[in-house]
Design a protein around this ligand. Structure first.
Ligand SMILES: Nc1ncnc2c1ncn2[C@@H]1O[C@H](COP(=O)(O)OP(=O)(O)OP(=O)(O)O)[C@@H](O)[C@H]1O
Ligand SMILES: [Mg+2]
Length: 338
């Protein structure tokens, strides 16, 4: 595979900021309470964590948008939030990163939030605030209306991401309507799937499952090798009418499959600390490059390289365009040396 790394550096440095990515999905707030545990509660036999520091970060589809914002892309987010403190906090987090929040629709359900209490180095407790049910009709209709209008008026160099975390946004109706609009106005649409029925994603240009997700829609599960992953990807593409597949394969990197193309890209990661969020980085960078008119093979290469940076960091980490340019430069040096 011929990858023009110089052109990719130029893209990341100078053109990413002119690309427009519209992320529609299950947005979440990741919340952390850090502290120390020195005693057991007199009220019940539970440890008491004295909180010394708190942190809130963007999770789920919100983390996809975060990656795009750090790449300096024009990023629009659409999803459901609750009328609660976490919803306000999530909106503020988006705004402070320059992410367009006009597409956030308030519902009666709580804002999906994962709250961890960490005492010393030990996770003591996790509290989930979520409903994970399809939103009410009013909210769903408002979302579809907003999304369709934005797709109709999309600027040049656009792409759409559907980031399904199974928390209620990606119903059959919502997915079908969004994909139809994307097709009508010729905006590439890329899905991060959830669950075992992908018929709602029918007509998408690309899907980015990990191997476990890909295997959920197979009759015979694929092993993590090139030929079985290709076979499984082609089966899903045919069955659900999907244009192409970016199958992420953890320590084996990823595989791009299109009707007449298959490319296996090994991982570049040297040190792996925390793989959480790597899938979000893959879809963000892939969609960004597709929006910018980069060939899918080069877009997949770039996404895989970005993931290698993210897995070397602790926690859910989003990559910036400076870091991605650095990684590309390093790759060029390594190739010259080899
Ligand atoms: N252990 C690893 N070693 C090296 N690279 C990795 C490893 N795990 C993940 N990656 C990189 O991250 C990409 C996405 O990883 P993976 O297939 O685990 O997706 P995922 O399960 O959707 O991730 P997430 O945890 O964000 O949901 C891979 O294609 C690869 O580039
Ligand atoms: Mg994933």
């Amino acid at each position: 595979m011929e990858i023009n790394r110089k052109a990719l550096i130029d893209f990341v440095k100078n053109e990413a900021e002119n690309c427009n990515v519209f992320v529609i999905g299950d947005v979440m707030l990741d919340k952390y309470f850090y502290g120390e545990v020195t005693r057991i509660s007199p009220e019940a036999p539970v440890p008491v964590t004295r909180v010394t520091r708190t942190k809130e970060t963007l999770g789920g589809a919100a983390n996809v948008a975060h990656n795009l914002a750090l790449m300096k892309a024009n990023t629009l987010i659409s999803g459901f939030i609750g009328r609660d403190y976490h919803g306000e906090s999530l909106s503020a987090q988006f705004s402070s990163r320059g992410i367009d929040t006009r597409g956030l629709i308030a519902t009666d359900a709580p804002t999906t939030t994962k709250l961890r209490v960490i005492g010393g180095h030990q996770q003591m407790l996790r509290l989930d605030f979520e409903d994970a049910l399809p939103a009410d009709d009013k909210a769903t209709n408002a979302l579809i209306k907003f999304v369709k209008k934005e797709i109709k008026n999309h600027p040049p160099r656009s792409a759409i991401i559907l980031s399904d975390y199974g928390k209620g946004i990606c119903t059959e109706k919502t997915c079908t309507e969004i994909i139809e609009a994307a097709k009508k106005y010729k905006v590439p649409l890329i899905v991060d799937p959830k669950g075992n029925d992908w018929s709602k994603y029918s007509g998408a240009d690309f899907i980015t499952p990990n191997l476990k997700e890909l295997n959920e829609v197979q009759k015979t599960p694929a092993k993590n090798n090139d030929s079985e992953v290709e076979r499984a990807a082609r089966y899903a593409m045919r069955k659900f009418h999907i244009g192409g597949m970016v199958a992420t394969r953890s320590e084996c990197g990823l595989t791009l499959v299109r009707s007449r193309e298959v490319i296996n890209i090994p991982t570049k990661a040297q040190e792996v600390f925390d793989v959480s969020g790597a899938g979000d980085t893959v879809i963000a960078i892939f969609a960004l490059a597709i929006a910018g008119g980069i060939a899918p093979s080069s877009a997949a290469y770039l996404a895989n390289l970005a993931a290698s940076v993210v897995v070397a960091r602790l926690g859910t980490y989003a990559i910036s365009n400076e870091e991605l340019s650095e990684a590309l430069k390093k790759e060029m040096k390594n190739i010259k040396r080899a």
